[in-house]
Design a protein around this ligand. Sequence first.
Ligand code: DP6
Length: 328
Amino acid sequence: MTSLCADAYAYANIGIVKYWGKRNEALNLPCADSLGISIEALCTRCFCEWGEFEADSVDLGAKKLDPAGMNRVRRILDAVRTLAGFTLNARVRSENNFEPSSGLASSSSGMASLALASVRAAGLELSSAEISALARLGSGSAARAVVGGWAHWQRGTREDGHDSYAVQLFDEGHWPLRIFVLVVSKTAKKVSSTQGMRRCAESSPFWDAFQEACAADLPRAVQAIAAQDLQELAQCANANSMRLHAMCLSAQPAIVYWEPESLRVIELVELLAHEGIHCVCTFDAGPNAILLCDPKDAHVLRSRLDAQGLVYRESGIAGAGRVIQGAH
Ligand code: DP6
């Protein structure tokens, strides 16, 4: 029998105009469109093999996958089994080059690389939109990680979610901004994105305002990216991130994703803006900041972060996820 295996990788994708809210939790269908970028320094590699195994299994190295994580993986594997028309089980091995569950979007690269590898291992030829929709079943932001670059995830309107996938608006070379990934904490986040979204929907008085803000922020951000206007993008993206966290703080019980260092980063970015150095400063569901700056300003940012003793990893913008080796 031919062996049904493939290897793939994908980069973590962080929200610039955030996804925070589901209109269908089982299918990860979002309330609003979102926009994100893939980060070259944050990569997951996934190996998948289909065979007559007793059950699906996932090897994450030192870390163990919890039952909720296994359910997410199964949603993708079940969909691939249906498309392939077989009942085989999968052996999955996944490796991150960064800390998982620290607000560094590990589920995006993890589920995107799994979708790419499991589809190819099954011998299926799917479009990038179809793979993006499959990855979405595992984690919403993974839809964007499949296509990479500056990725726009269209919420779609269909109940089955087939029109809810990401498209790449600009590739990684369009505007080579420098990315600083600030790791202020390596511990797992206190409230998962799924739980956080649910709690905000149920209890935040700012829920509707946030969804409306995202609808206005998305075209504004796209225009700023097209024009390569960093000051405009920073104003739009930073406000969007602040609003997400303001909404989380306003939920009951409050969700506080930031650490004291997160506030120090916000202060530093404000100071720099007064000096005419504009940076995007955005936080997903965690304390770690992602900063984007013009490459000509990178040395200033480096020395200011060093002076504050803040730890960071530098990166460029990454492209789409890729299959390394197909079924054979
Ligand atoms: C704050 O994609 O992790 O990073 O769909 O429940 O897996 P699930 O959520 P996930 O949420 C990401 C939320 C965010 C914003 C963003 O990436 O746009």
